[in-house]
Design a protein around this ligand. Structure first.
Ligand code: ADP
Ligand code: MG
Length: 915
């Protein structure tokens, strides 16, 4: 067997033993990929591949220098590959290669991304729950910070709730269990909806017994009990994550010190669609800039930024905890000088959670430990700043800074301070990391080492004096070690005990016995110094790893102060106010509210929004571009901001806390970008109708727009009734279906508002002002009017529209009451004479006719009715041309048609009718 064959053969057998996608195998100073792996790597990373001959076959080969593996590993993992890394060790019987870790998206420590990187497990208990009622279990671990969360999910639609929870954490890798296969729907769903890599992990790890063992081994039996992870599904998910992190060999399990069980009930629901619609962390176009987070983020540390983002994505429901945050923000807003001092101090902090993780993983160097020392040293400084400012000292900030184990932090800091040199190298094997006075033996070595260095430094001078030599110097290099160098002209004067070792062009090099002896000693010392320092350093690093929990606490306190200070900075700079928080489900009343992002770039017109008992459901009308979407979003964002403990962009606000914010925004906006289909729109609507409660806030923007008018209005109508009668959620519903405004008269809790536009001399001015009541006109026809369509046509359009509306008369369900489903059924018809919606008597013949056209019937039936209506007192003309025109009219979406086209169409119809 040739050497090459041996290598490729070894590669292949190692590869077979792992389930990774790729293997990087160390061969001397390189990590090599062979065969298919080399081709993939070459292609993905634009890396040059060469050929390695082996037993008559040529194998592709690609390699990266050992020291440069990290960036390549990162790039491959980010492209979704799981990469096994086999390292080479020297043993007495030669090289041994073993897979030491598998880098996967969720266990990649070498990230520079400031965001958390969660590896998640989702377990479907399949109704086999024995300990509790949970049917889904979820666990999340961020190996870069050691965070570990677990929860169980139940409820009406546990799968959907579990998935929502999964999206909220935005994991990079997901382990679905217990025995999920590649072609399971869940795998596809995870891939499509999270962008995370689904990894099918060993079913064994999900087994209740194994999972519980893994979990108790990691966190201790008492912790597992006291945290209250009592359901099978949750335990199985958590156990699987622990086993997975262990198996991938990152060695960070030790930084996972705390198991945190969280309950859904702590957070307000905010699904992925809503996060996107509200542009929380990126805009609809996918840019970070212009998002809410980007706008309000003034944090000075990456943990602070990470926390603020997490707050936005996971708003809270507990009034107590929110009010504590508010009080901190208020104090920081008031104490400008202290705030800036605090932020300046925070600005010096390093990412302690990540450093703790690096220490446990064994990858921290002396500079990292120095960063730990310095960051721990900030704690007393931060406390001093808070102490010195009465406002801050009286606020919950004092407790935040006091929460970590201060003694443990101070002790570790002192240990590090006593040990580390001020400017250590980034290598850990060559000494120079530790300071004098830390270790006696090390000090002795260093002292002797320095003596010897001094001896060598002064040797040239001594030789010159002693032997009368001119041109003498002493040097050292890798191959020759120490030598005495004498210029050619003086070389003849070299004393006898000089031993010539090398002849150069202009000089001769000599050694002496004494020099060689000293050289051996200095080499020995250097080696011992390196070893001893490394040993001491490892102890130090372990001490840091042992204090991981304290470091995480301190890191957390720093992040919290940073995030709170950021909220204060934004509040002060933008004239935001502290909202009053009211109990869940209570009124939302916003005076002079603004859109937090739009107000940055526009002369914003503030508006009130009040969702009180007699107006829990607002129908928002107004022409295109009036500001409907902005108004609704700003209301949602103000509620959201209130529920992270922030101040809000309003003059005054009272926020009845919500248990979730649900949005379905802008079929028009979304469709235009090809992001949505009618199916998606309906799925989202369905989700809202299933999930929202009377404590939720629902924003519906142009729902039903994605289909033909009749379907759309029917769905919008029925959804409104359902939200009002069955759910009772506080809702804002923007619609271009003017017909829906009639609902305002029939439900106590439904009110109409419109975004006003002013029209003078044919010019529309958007006032951006929200006013009570529905819009008084149909804007499509209004636009036709503005475009100069002849008056008779405009008048006739109004008339025809009226007739069409008449034909679409719909009964209103459960009118007159809110909340109950048993409300009495009334019907409303459009009265052509008065131009008003009217309530019809329930026993009239007309009413029963209408009844057939209730929204419960299919679209086809409704549409069929719509064209052959013959029961109206104002029956439409039956002549063929007229009917054709009417058909066209009906199909035409006035809002979607450019005015000029509209004009041409109307002209065409007129011609047809006049013929
Ligand atoms: P609509 O949903 O009614 O079509 P949008 O909410 O999309 O309208 O708003 C249209 C434009 O008006 C946006 O560019 C927005 O920035 C601006 N706008 C909306 N509301 C206001 C306001 N209150 N003050 C200033 N500009 C506003
Ligand atoms: Mg809009």
């Amino acid at each position: 067997m040739t050497e090459a064959e041996g290598i490729v053969g070894e590669f292949k057998s190692l590869k077979r033993s792992s389930d990774a996608d790729l293997l990087a195998m160390q061969v001397g100073d390189f990590y090599e990929f062979f065969d298919e792996d080399a081709e993939i790597v070459g292609e993905e990373l634009d890396l040059k591949t060469s050929k390695k001959s082996s037993g008559g076959t040529k194998y592709p080969m690609a390699g990266v220098p050992v020291a440069e593996l990290t960036p390549y590993l990162k790039a491959l993992v980010e492209r979704g590959y799981r990469v096994a890394v086999a390292n080479q060790r020297e043993t007495e019987s030669g090289h041994v290669r073993e897979i030491e870790r598998v880098a996967t998206p969720g266990t990649l420590l070498e990230t520079s991304d400031a965001d958390a990187r969660y590896v998640a497990a989702i377990v479907d208990d399949g109704g086999a729950a024995s300990r509790g009622d949970d049917t889904y279990g979820l666990a999340f671990a961020d190996v870069t910070t050691g965070r570990f969360y677990v929860t169980g999910v139940d409820g009406d639609d546990p799968r959907e709730s579990a998935l929502t929870e999964l999206y909220r954490f935005d994991p990079v890798e997901v382990l679905p269990g217990p025995s999920v296969r590649e072609d399971d729907e869940l795998v596809g769903t995870i891939r499509d909806r999270t962008g995370a890599t689904p990894t099918l992990f060993d079913a064994e790890a999900f087994a209740p017994g194994a999972a519980e063992r893994a979990l108790t081994e990691q966190f201790g039996a008492e912790t597992v009990d006291s945290v209250g992870v009592e359901t099978d599904a949750a335990i199985r998910a958590a156990g699987a994550v622990v086993a997975y992190v262990e198996e991938t060999g990152t060695g960070v399990l030790a930084s996972m010190t705390r198991l945190q069980r969280y309950r859904d009930a702590d957070h307000a629901e905010l699904d992925a669609t809503t996060q996107r619609n509200l542009e929380l962390t990126e805009t609809m176009q996918g840019d970070r800039s212009g998002s809410l987070y980007d706008t309000i983020d003034h944090t000075v540390t990456s943990p602070g930024g990470r926390l603020l983002k997490e707050w936005l994505q996971r708003p809270r429901r507990s009034r107590d905890m929110l009010e504590r945050r508010q009080s901190s923000v208020e104090a920081l807003a008031a104490a400008a000088l202290a705030r800036e001092e605090l932020r300046e101090t925070l600005g010096e902090a390093y990412d302690l959670e990540r450093l703790a993780s690096k220490a446990t993983h064994g990858s921290a160097d002396a500079r990292d430990l120095l960063a730990v020392r310095d960051t721990l040293g900030l704690l007393p400084e931060l406390e001093a700043v808070i102490d010195a400012a009465p406002q801050l000292d009286d606020s919950p900030l004092a407790e935040i800074v006091d929460a970590p184990d201060r003694d443990a932090a101070a002790e570790l800091r002192e240990t590090l301070d006593a040990a580390l040199a001020e400017d250590p190298p980034s290598t850990v094997r060559e000494g120079g990391m530790l300071t004098r006075g830390f270790d006696e033996e090390l000090d002795e070595i260093i002292e002797r080492h320095e003596e010897l260095e001094e001896w060598f430094d002064t040797l040239a001078e001594r030789e010159r004096r002693q032997h009368g030599l001119a041109h003498v110097s002493v040097g050292r290099n890798k191959t020759d070690g120490y030598y005495i160098q004498v210029g050619k002209s003086a070389a003849d004067d070299a004393p006898d005990h000089y031993e010539n070792v090398k002849t150069l062009k202009n000089s001769e090099r000599f050694v002496t016995d004494e020099l060689e002896e000293k050289e051996r000693e200095i080499m020995r010392l250097e080696e011992r110094r390196g070893d001893l320092e490394y040993e001491l350093f490892c102890e130090l690093r372990e001490a840091v790893a042992d204090a991981a929990e304290t470091l995480q606490d301190v890191g957390r306190a720093i992040a919290e102060l940073d995030a709170l200070a950021s909220l204060a900075v934004h509040a002060v700079g933008n004239d935001w106010t502290r909202p009053e928080l009211a109990e869940p489900g209570a009124d939302v009343e916003i005076e002079q509210g603004r859109h937090p992002v739009v107000e940055q770039t526009t002369d914003f017109v503030p508006n009130d929004a009040s969702l009180t008992d007699d107006r829990r459901f607002l129908i928002v009308t107004g022409p295109n571009m009036a500001g409907k979407s902005t108004y609704m979003r700003q209301t949602a964002l103000i509620v959201l901001l209130a529920q992270i403990g922030s101040f809000v962009p309003a003059r005054k606000a009272t926020i009845g806390l919500v248990d979730g914010i649900y949005t379905r925004v802008g079929a028009l906006d979304e469709l235009a970008q090809g992001r949505s289909t009618f199916m998606v729109e309906m799925q989202e609507l369905s989700k809202i109708l299933h999930s929202a409660t009377d404590e939720s806030l629902v924003i519906l923007d142009e729902v039903g727009r994605g289909t033909a008018t009749y379907d759309g209005i029917s769905i919008a109508w029925a959804a409104t009734e359902y939200l009002v009668n069955e759910i009772g959620a506080r809702t804002l519903f923007a619609t271009h279906y003017h017909e829906l405004t009639a609902l305002g008269d029939h439900f106590d809790s439904v009110a109409n508002v419109h975004v006003a536009a002013d029209e003078t001399d044919g010019n529309v001015t958007f006032l951006r002002t929200v006013r009570e009541g529905p819009t008084d006109r149909s804007y499509g026809i209004h636009v036709a009017d503005l475009a100069g369509v002849p008056d008779p046509v405009v008048d006739r359009s109004q008339d025809v529209l009226g007739r069409l509306r008449d034909d679409k008369a719909i009964d209103i369900r459960g009118s007159g009451g809110s909340g109950g489903s048993g409300g009495e059924t009334k019907q409303v018809v459009f009265d052509v004479q008065s131009g008003q919606m009217k309530t019809a008597s329930a026993d009239g013949g007309e009413a029963s006719q209408r009844d057939e056209r209730s929204p419960g019937r299919t679209d086809a039936e409704n549409e069929g009715r719509a064209t052959d209506a013959s029961d109206s007192s104002a029956a439409l003309p039956v002549d063929e041309d007229a009917e054709a025109v009417l058909d066209h009219l009906q199909d035409l979406d006035v809002n979607e048609t450019p005015p000029v086209e509209l004009m041409a169409k109307v002209q065409e119809w007129q011609n047809k009718l006049n013929d």
